[in-house]
Design a protein around this ligand. Structure first.
Ligand code: FE2
Length: 628
């Protein structure tokens, strides 16, 4: 007679426990155990507890393969779901084997758990496991086939404000240090420029070495705003001129408002990095084609002309930010990576174990968001482009999205932003990228000692194939991989996936309230056409252009909800749900956590020196998966 010691851990979530009867059967290379009830004296399977049971067999079962768990009703009580976290088996040979579960089990459900070392498909050597893996993958494909993969698109008191000051009263109880700073400084050019580096949309500005031919700005116009004695040509050469070109918006029909179409501008905003290292806007053209009705606005224009021009640039920027940078590039692409992984990988696959913590909340938040936020009647449809316009914007953006633009180090270089000072999104983002990359490299090298292991891993190749076909719609020009040939390629891709779902999402998500709550600083909706001549505007024009009271409250609430942090934040790198059995990856996770925590400390210290701290990429505040 030999004995297996079995530790069963029930989850800590509310109502995780069950009164039902639990039966287990253990399968090994040398045979299987009797179907045995887990029953100790007293209450079993209470929330947050671990029970220890003994299972006896005549002889050793050999190497353990599978753990079958069944749940039967306790008398006639109604359904009583059980959240089983994990089972750890101590074999008679003295080995402890982890069988992770981390899911709810309903009555009558039969759950088969895989334990031990993470394995790629071709490493399975036991007929029982090969068959089990095939069945598992067939089932996973049928479960996840219905979820929409394609990026089809987002989404879904009429009084004007009496004064700008009145806007301060909405949600007066909900403030952040940053939102208050924005309220006070929104008109200042230094602050305006800094938001293109450290605001919620740090992804668009580029170094400009040559003006686009359709940008009618001249030397004379901007000379007063450059260093004395310098010229635009000289500053372009020195690399001190930057550009936000919103041409992607050009020609997209805006939505109707009170029976009339709204106005969306596809502007050009030129910035100058001055000798004090401040990035300032120095010229704005609101439409792509130069004309008399499309003047170049300058900081020397009347205060309200210049404010209006900056507001239209911000309006288009806010729509690009929400639809393209936030929704499409993080939420929706994350959904593609997630669904493809759920369909392609067995639960015992090492990359499934690696990626799962970063997929945790994605489907949940996206499913809810489809109706309330992105749907035709969702909150974002209030924007000037509306649902159809934002959908078209995303369609255009997806066709231009490259793999390289999603890989931060390459994107920073391509935009010429390697050396621009005070760019904390870049500084923190590159460090985070590098920490994720070292961790992923260690895990990949451990499970793929040679490139040929990568090539013959069919589950992995299927994963990337589905992403290429359904996520990037088979666009070869995107540079997205269609398959993996080397461990290096794989490491880079997984780094990009984890960075997107953690840091990049935090950078574009967490500052929404800080920056948009104060509507004049960046509104999704502007009600009046852009100015076509100079000297005609007043504060009244600005109030008529900004959303009315009701819409302001709606948009403000949206930015509030989307920046909310929850009490159950799971920060990047923490893996409360144990999935790896072998010591090597567990050690790698620990090292990853140490690196993240020292980055967090460094950011905290750096922020003490800043007038406006940049905290969106502090690992302590980054969620492990897209959860909001
Ligand atoms: Fe988000």
């Amino acid at each position: 007679m030999v004995q297996y010691k079995i530790e069963v851990t029930t989850g800590v979530l509310k109502s995780s426990g069950t009164w039902d009867q639990i039966y287990i059967t253990l399968f090994g290379t040398e045979g299987q155990s009797e179907r045995t009830e887990l029953d100790n004296f007293g209450t079993d399977f209470s929330t947050g507890t671990t029970g220890t049971y003994t299972l006896s067999t005549d002889l050793s079962l050999g190497k353990l393969l599978l753990f079958k768990v069944e749940k039967d009703p306790f008398f006639y009580l109604p359904e009583d779901e059980w959240y089983l976290s994990k089972i750890v088996v101590m074999t008679p040979e003295g080995e402890a084997i982890l069988f992770p579960c981390h899911r709810w089990i309903s009555r009558g459900e039969l759950v088969e758990l895989r334990g031990g070392r993470a394995l790629k498909g071709f490493e399975e050597d036991h007929p029982l496991l090969i068959e089990h893996r095939e069945k598992e993958l067939m089932l996973k494909k049928s479960v996840y086939h219905g979820i929409e993969l394609k990026i089809k698109g987002l989404l879904g008191s009429a009084e004007k404000w009496e004064s700008i000051e009145d806007m301060k009263n909405i949600f007066s109880w909900r403030k952040t240090t940053m939102s208050e700073y924005v309220t006070e400084h929104w008109k200042e050019d230094d602050f305006y420029g800094s938001q293109f580096l450290n605001g919620p949309n740090p992804n668009v500005i580029k170094r400009c070495s040559e003006l686009p031919p359709n940008f009618a700005v001249t030397e004379e116009m901007v000379k007063p705003f450059l260093e004395e004695g310098s010229s635009l040509q000289e500053e372009l050469k020195k690399g001190n001129i930057f550009l936000s070109d919103q041409k992607k918006m050009d020609g997209i029909p805006p939505r109707a408002y009170n029976g009339e179409p709204l106005h969306v501008t596809a502007g050009l905003c030129l910035f100058y990095l001055n000798p004090e290292n401040k990035l300032r806007p120095i010229a704005i053209q609101l439409l792509q084609q130069p004309s008399e009705q499309n003047p170049i606005f300058l900081p020397s224009d009347s205060e309200t002309d210049w404010l209006l021009a900056k507001m239209f640039i911000k309006n288009a920027d806010a729509m690009d930010h929400q639809a393209v940078q936030h929704l499409m590039k993080t939420h929706l692409l994350a959904e593609v990576y997630t669904v493809a992984a759920l369909r392609s990988f067995s639960v015992i696959h090492p990359l499934y174990k690696l990626l799962f913590p970063h997929f945790q909340s994605t489907l949940f938040i996206n499913t809810g968001g489809r109706s309330t936020l992105f749907g035709p009647d969702g909150a974002l449809s209030i924007s000037s482009l509306g649902y159809d316009g934002l959908t078209e914007l995303m369609r255009r953006a997806l066709s231009e999205t490259t793999y390289s633009s999603l890989c931060l180090p390459e994107d920073i270089t391509a935009r010429g932003l390697e050396s621009i000072p005070n760019f904390y999104y870049r500084d923190d983002g590159l460090k985070l990228w590098s920490i994720i990359n070292s961790f992923v490299k260690a895990v990949v090298e451990y499970y793929y000692p040679s490139d040929s292991e990568v090539c013959k891993d069919t589950e992995l190749q299927e994963w990337i194939g589905e992403i290429f076909t359904h996520g990037i719609l088979g666009n070869k020009a995107s540079g997205f991989p269609e398959s993996f040939h080397t461990a290096e390629e794989l490491t880079k891709f997984i780094t990009m996936v984890i960075f997107t779902m953690t840091g990049e999402h935090a950078a574009v998500n967490n500052g929404q309230f800080d920056n948009y709550f104060w509507m004049p600083n960046g509104s999704l909706l502007l009600r009046k056409p852009p100015p076509t001549t100079k000297g005609q505007s007043s504060m009244e024009t600005i109030l008529e252009t900004l959303p009315n009271v009701g819409d302001t409250v709606n948009i403000g609430a949206l930015s509030w909800i989307l920046s909310e942090t929850y009490t159950d934040v799971v920060p990047i790198g923490t893996c409360p749900k144990e999935r790896f059995n072998e010591p090597a990856p567990k050690q790698m996770i620990k090292e990853f956590q140490v690196e993240l925590s020292s980055l967090s400390d460094a950011i905290t210290i750096r922020n003490l020196q800043l007038e406006m701290p940049y905290s969106y990429l502090d690992p302590a505040r980054i969620e492990n998966s897209i959860a909001i």
